[in-house]
Design a protein around this ligand. Structure first.
Ligand code: ADP
Length: 630
C-alpha cells in the first residue's frame, strides 16, 4: 500500500455545487422550521448585539475625555452593564433552545440514512459497492466533518457574517465621511482619491485571506482519499486491542508491532514525518504564513488610517475604538462569507456520495395484493423454472428449480455446503427476485403481493443470525410493548423458561452488557433459543430453520430440529441442513446439488434409490456419525 498522492482537484462546478447545497438544505431542514428559525434568531442576536457594546463604549470614552459629567457617566455605566446582562440572558436562552433542536437534527439525518438502508432492495445491501459508498460517507463525516450536517454551521456562519457586515457598515460610514481640519498636515485625507485608495486596499487585502483559505482547503481536499484511508487504517489497526475477540489473538501472538507497521509504516499519513506533517511544513504551512502576514498588514493599515484621521481632528477618542472595531468586524464578516461559500463548494464534492446513496434506485417491483389470511393456512408455494445469479457473480447459484410445496407439510432442504439451500430460502422470502422463472403463492407471482405483507408470512432463523442488543422480551416480540405471557410461553417452549426465571430482570434483561451493566452474556445455544422463540412468537405461516445449529454437533442439531418440530405442531416448517440425519423426520426432502434440485421425495424412498445423490450422501454421512458416536 504505497502512499499515493491524489492529483485530482476534486472540484465540482459552481452550478452543481449550488444544486447540491440547495438539496442538502431541503433535506436537513425539511419539516424542521423551528430549527431554522432558532438558528436565524440566535445568530442574528449574536451578530448584532456587540454593536450596542461598541457604541456605548465609544460614548463612555468620549464622555471621559470631554465633559466628564458624573450623572452621564453613571447612566452610561448602568446602560452598559444592564444591556450586557439582558443580552447574555437572551443569548443563553436562545443557545439552549437551539442546542435542543440541533441535537434533534442529528437524529433526523441519521434517521434518514437508517430509513433508506432498511427500505432499499436487499440486493443493494448485498452489493459491495453500497458498503464502500456508505463507509466512504462515514469516513468523510468522521474524518473531516464533511457531509449533510455541515450545512448547519455553514448557514450559521453565512447568516451571522452577512448581519455583521451590515451592522459594521452602518458604524463605519463616518470613518470615511468625517473630514480632518483644513490646514492640518493630513488634509490630503479629505481627498476622495485617498478615501478610494484606502477602501480599495482594505477590500483587496480582505479578499486575499479567503483566497489563501481556499488554496489551503483545496490542498486538504486533494488528499481526502488518503485521509480516508489513513482514518480507516487508524480506526482498525489502532483500536484492535479494544475488541474482545481480536485482543485475545493480539496478546497471544504479540500483534502490536505488525499492526503498527500496517498503521504507520505503510501509509505514514499521520506520523511526524508523514504525509500530513509534510503538507503542513510545506505548501500548506507557507499558505498559512502568507495569510497571517496579509492579516497583519491589514491591521497596520487600519490603525494607521484611523489614527491619522483622529490626529487631524476628524474623529474623537471614542470614535477611534468604534471605527477600528467596526472595520475589523466588516473584514471578518467578508472573510467569513467568502470562506463559508468556499467551504460549501468543497463540501459539494462529498455531497455527491451522500446523494448517490439516497438516489440508489430500488428496482424490485412492489405489488399491492394482500396475502390471504387463511384460517386453514392452506397455502401452496410453487417454484417454476427458477434460476438465480447473485449480482456481480459469474455462476448461477440456482439453476432451473421447479417444484410445488403445500403448507402444513414439513420440508427438508438438504445438500452439501454451497449447493444453493440458503439461496433457495432467500428467494422464497423475496430478499432477491429470481433472475429467470417465477415463484408463485397460491398461483400468483409473489412479486404481485405487497412486500411487507408477503414478508409477514415468514419466520426464518438464518445460520448467521445476529440478535440486536435489546432486552430478551423485545427481541422475542420484535416490539417495545408486548404480551409478556405469550412471550414467556414461547421462551418456555424452546427450553428457555428456567433461564429467564433465574434472571433478576427476567424478560427485561439485555443480551449484552454493552448498554446495560445488568445485561447478561448469553451462550451461543441460548441465543439460538431466543431466536427460535422469536420465530414462534411471530406465528407466521412458514417457519424456516436455515442451519442456525451448524455450530452444534450432528446429534444435538437433530435433537433441536425434532424438538422444534414438536413445538410448531401442524404449521409448515422448512428445515435446512447439510446433515441428512437432522431432517429425516420431514414429510418431503428436497435434495440440492450444485444449484439444482436433483431429487425430491420421502426419506425412505430417497435412501432406497441407490443411484441418487441422497443415497450417496446418506451413506457417507452415516459412516461419519457412526465413527463420531463410537
Ligand atoms: P448453501 O446454503 O447450500 O450452503 P448458498 O445458497 O449459500 O449454499 O450458496 C450457493 C452459491 O451461491 C455458492 O456458490 C455461494 O458461494 C454463492 N453465494 C452465496 N451467497 C452469495 C452472495 N451474496 N454473493 C455471491 N455469491 C453468493
Amino acid at each position: 500500500m504505497k502512499q499515493k498522492k491524489t492529483k485530482k482537484t476534486n472540484r465540482v462546478s459552481l452550478r452543481e455545487a449550488i444544486r447540491l447545497n440547495v438539496r442538502v438544505i431541503k433535506m436537513v431542514y425539511g419539516g424542521r422550521r423551528k430549527l431554522l428559525f432558532l438558528q436565524l434568531a440566535k445568530t442574528a442576536f449574536a451578530a448584532l448585539t456587540p454593536y450596542i457594546g461598541i457604541y456605548l463604549s465609544a460614548l463612555l470614552i468620549d464622555e471621559l475625555t470631554t465633559t466628564r459629567s458624573p450623572e452621564t457617566l453613571r447612566a452610561l455605566v448602568w446602560w452598559i452593564l444592564g444591556t450586557a446582562a439582558v443580552i447574555a440572558l437572551v443569548q443563553s436562552v436562545l443557545n439552549r433552545l437551539h442546542a435542543v433542536e440541533s441535537t434533534a437534527m442529528w437524529e433526523h439525518v441519521h434517521h434518514l440514512y437508517g430509513k433508506k438502508m432498511l427500505s432499499m432492495d436487499f440486493v443493494n445491501i448485498d452489493n459491495p459497492n453500497t458498503h464502500t459508498l456508505v463507509s466512504r460517507i462515514n469516513q468523510n463525516s468522521q474524518g473531516g466533518g464533511w457531509g449533510p450536517d455541515r450545512i448547519v454551521w455553514q448557514l450559521d456562519n453565512l447568516w451571522s457574517s452577512v448581519l455583521k457586515l451590515f451592522g459594521g457598515s452602518a458604524l463605519v460610514v463616518t470613518l470615511f465621511t468625517s473630514k480632518v481640519e483644513s490646514g492640518s498636515a493630513v488634509e490630503f485625507l479629505n481627498s476622495p482619491i485617498t478615501t478610494a485608495t484606502v477602501l480599495l486596499l482594505m477590500v483587496t487585502i480582505t479578499l486575499c485571506a479567503p483566497i489563501f483559505g481556499a488554496i489551503g482547503g483545496r490542498l486538504y481536499m486533494q488528499s481526502s482519499a488518503d485521509h480516508r484511508l489513513g482514518n480507516r487504517l487508524f480506526g482498525y489497526y489502532g483500536w484492535f486491542g479494544t475488541n474482545e475477540n481480536s485482543s485475545v489473538d493480539a496478546r497471544i501472538y504479540n500483534l502490536r508491532k505488525i499492526c503498527d507497521n500496517y498503521n504507520y509504516a505503510k501509509t505514514s499519513l499521520f506520523a511526524s514525518k508523514g504525509y500530513f506533517a509534510k503538507l503542513n511544513k510545506g505548501k500548506l504551512g507557507l499558505v498559512n504564513v502568507i495569510s497571517s502576514v496579509v492579516q497583519s498588514l491589514f491591521n497596520v493599515l487600519i490603525y494607521f488610517y484611523v489614527c491619522l484621521k483622529a490626529w487631524g481632528g476628524a474623529l474623537s477618542l471614542g470614535g477611534i475604538t468604534q471605527h477600528i472595531s467596526a472595520v475589523h468586524i466588516i473584514a471578518g464578516s467578508v472573510r467569513g462569507i467568502l470562506s463559508t461559500l468556499t467551504d460549501m463548494h468543497n463540501n459539494a464534492f462529498f455531497l455527491i456520495d451522500v446523494f448517490a446513496f439516497f438516489d440508489m434506485p430500488d428496482k424490485m417491483y412492489q405489488g399491492t395484493l394482500t396475502v390471504e389470511k387463511r384460517r386453514d393456512r392452506d397455502y401452496e408455494i410453487e417454484f417454476r423454472n427458477v434460476s438465480f445469479k447473485y449480482p456481480n457473480a459469474e455462476q448461477y447459484a440456482l439453476k432451473n428449480v421447479s417444484f410445488k410445496f403445500k403448507i402444513g407439510e414439513k420440508l427438508a432442504v438438504v445438500g452439501q455446503n454451497g449447493s444453493g439451500k440458503t439461496t433457495f430460502i432467500k428467494l422464497l422470502c423475496r430478499l432477491y427476485d429470481p433472475t429467470e422463472g417465477e415463484i408463485l403463492l397460491n398461483g400468483i407471482d409473489i412479486r404481485k403481493y405487497d412486500y411487507r405483507n408477503y414478508m409477514s408470512i415468514f419466520s426464518v432463523v438464518f445460520q448467521d443470525f445476529r440478535l440486536l442488543n435489546f432486552t430478551v422480551g423485545n427481541i422475542i416480540a420484535c416490539a417495545s410493548e408486548y404480551d409478556r405471557d405469550r412471550v414467556f410461553a414461547c421462551a418456555e417452549s424452546v427450553g428457555l423458561g428456567e433461564k429467564i426465571r433465574s434472571l433478576p430482570n427476567g424478560l427485561d434483561t439485555y443480551i449484552d452488557k454493552e448498554y446495560d451493566s445488568a445485561g447478561v452474556e448469553f451462550s451461543g445455544g441460548e441465543m439460538q433459543k431466543i431466536a427460535l422463540a422469536r420465530t414462534l412468537f411471530k406465528d407466521s405461516g412458514f417457519m424456516v430453520l436455515d442451519e442456525p445449529t451448524a455450530a452444534l454437533d450432528p446429534v444435538a442439531e437433530a435433537e433441536v430440529y425434532q424438538s422444534f418440530d414438536k413445538i410448531v405442531g401442524d404449521k409448515t416448517a422448512i428445515y435446512i441442513s447439510h446433515r441428512l440425519s437432522s431432517c429425516r423426520f420431514c414429510d418431503v426432502v428436497a435434495v440440492f446439488d450444485g444449484g439444482a434440485l436433483v431429487q425430491m421425495g420421502s426419506h425412505d424412498d430417497l435412501v432406497a434409490d441407490e443411484n441418487g445423490q441422497y443415497h450417496k450422501l446418506w451413506h457417507a454421512q452415516a459412516q461419519y456419525y457412526a465413527e463420531e458416536q463410537g
